[in-house]
Write a protein that binds this ligand. Structure first.
Ligand SMILES: [Zn+2]
Ligand SMILES: [Zn+2]
Length: 419
């Protein structure tokens, strides 16, 4: 069911978004970290066709209640509650031009959900491997996600992993599960009883009703009905993950409504009394083939809520990750002009440079910024130095300062950085 909304955006939602993304260095860190694993950032469109979310049972079930329709005279469009299908659309457009390829992509995108009379704005980080879904592709995704989390300082994350098998495995298992549930039908909720009747019987694992969950806790497990191929893929993946020392547990009862087949996983972090789920992913190929045809390329994905991820990053790790080699500190207007020229010179020489000359120009403030950026060297240009065409080179570790002429400073910086 899709509701039409006319409300304006509430302040609260926007404030939350700004608190997280108003210049928060974590966002920059995430982009850098994921990029360092060979994933390219993409920008999916914000809208999608309404029928995608009304005609697909799995999508309708998960997003139908919270979708926002766009008033448009000729098209039936919604604000995309997930970018999953938009991402695959981008991939298939690329496929036409490039021919077969494996895409490693990620996005950071706002998502808007309608809840009662309110809108909630949050941000989603989606990470994808498209074009391959063997054990190596799964490992690449799980490895990248867990490494990004630990790179951000999120401690003690654990991957829960299982396999939901392929079509063949599921066909066998469905009957076993149906037999089991037939005996317990009376305590299952209405939704699950409806699921039991048809092809969607595996959806009972997505049910959050406590009674259904407890019935399923002791049900036969799909993992015991995997065929050779699915079993090998899972075992391969688990062995490699173990070898990479990624903490994981095999959880046969894991489910993820949209990742309907093969390997699926989620990442947990300790939080309060129980573990907190910090994102989930898996193989979305079956969903994709319903929308893009049977021969569509396989798609692995991982999704996390950025606000929750930022919450999990410890206070002392909310600083820029990118080590800056040289930090330029000008003092005064004339010095700033000289600093901009110096900045360009150093960048052209291939050095990682940063500055913080706008706003608070006190030397104390700028030195703190240099330290926050883990700079090895600060180049200080005062009024006097700018006039005399000199620069003060400060070793950020020892605090030792030395004066150099403009001509000599680049060579000296390179020498000290071992370049
Ligand atoms: Zn199988
Ligand atoms: Zn149920």
């Amino acid at each position: 069911m899709i509701k039409r909304k006319k409300n304006t955006l509430p302040e609260a939602g926007l404030e939350t978004a700004e608190a997280v993304f108003g210049g928060n260095p974590i966002l920059d860190n995430i982009v850098r970290l994921i990029g360092s694993f060979g994933f390219n950032q993409i920008v999916p469109p914000p809208i999608a066709e309404e029928k995608i979310f009304t005609q697909d049972r799995a999508l309708e079930r998960h997003f139908g209640q919270n979708i926002i329709r766009i008033d448009h005279p000729s098209e039936h469009l919604v604000l995309s509650p997930t970018q999953l299908l938009n991402v695959f659309k981008l991939y298939s457009q690329n496929l036409k031009n490039r021919g077969p390829f494996v895409a490693k992509w990620f996005y950071i995108s706002p998502t808007v959900r309608s809840e009662g009379n309110q809108f909630t704005i949050s941000h989603e980080l989606g990470v994808f491997v498209i074009g391959e879904d063997g054990s190596l592709a799964n490992i690449e995704l799980i490895n990248a996600v867990t490494q990004v989390f630990s790179g951000l300082g999120v401690k003690e994350s654990i991957a829960e992993i299982t396999s939901r098998g392929c079509k063949a495995c599921q066909t066998n298992y469905r009957e076993v599960l149906r037999d089991y549930l037939d005996k317990t039908e009376t305590v299952l909720c209405g939704n699950c009883r409806r699921d039991m009747a048809g092809e969607n019987i595996l959806s009972v694992f997505d049910c959050q009703t406590q009674t259904c969950r407890s019935v399923l806790m002791s049900s036969p497990q799909l993992i015991d009905f995997l065929d050779d191929s699915c079993r090998t893929t899972l075992v391969d993946a688990l062995e490699t993950i173990d070898g990479l020392e990624i903490p994981y547990v095999l959880n046969a009862n894991l489910s993820n409504h949209l990742a309907e087949e093969k390997i699926l996983f989620r990442i947990n972090v300790p939080g309060g009394t129980e573990e907190k789920v910090l994102g989930a992913g898996g193989n979305y190929s079956k969903l994709i083939s319903r929308h893009f045809g049977e021969g569509a390329a396989p798609m692995l994905g991982f999704f996390t809520n950025l606000e929750e991820l930022v919450q999990a990053v410890p206070e002392d790790r909310r600083t820029p990750l990118n080590a800056v080699e040289v930090f330029i500190i000008p003092l005064g207007v004339i010095a700033c002009r000289r600093a901009l020229a110096l900045y360009r010179e150093l960048r052209d020489a291939g050095l990682k440079v940063a500055e913080a000359m706008l706003g608070n120009q006190s030397i104390k403030h700028q030195l703190k910024e240099a330290a926050d950026h883990h700079s090895e060297i600060a180049l200080i240009v005062g009024q006097k130095e700018a006039m005399e065409e000199t620069v003060i080179l400060r070793d950020m570790r020892s605090g030792m300062q030395e004066l150099f002429t403009n001509e000599r400073v680049l060579d000296e910086v390179k020498k000290r950085l071992g370049k």
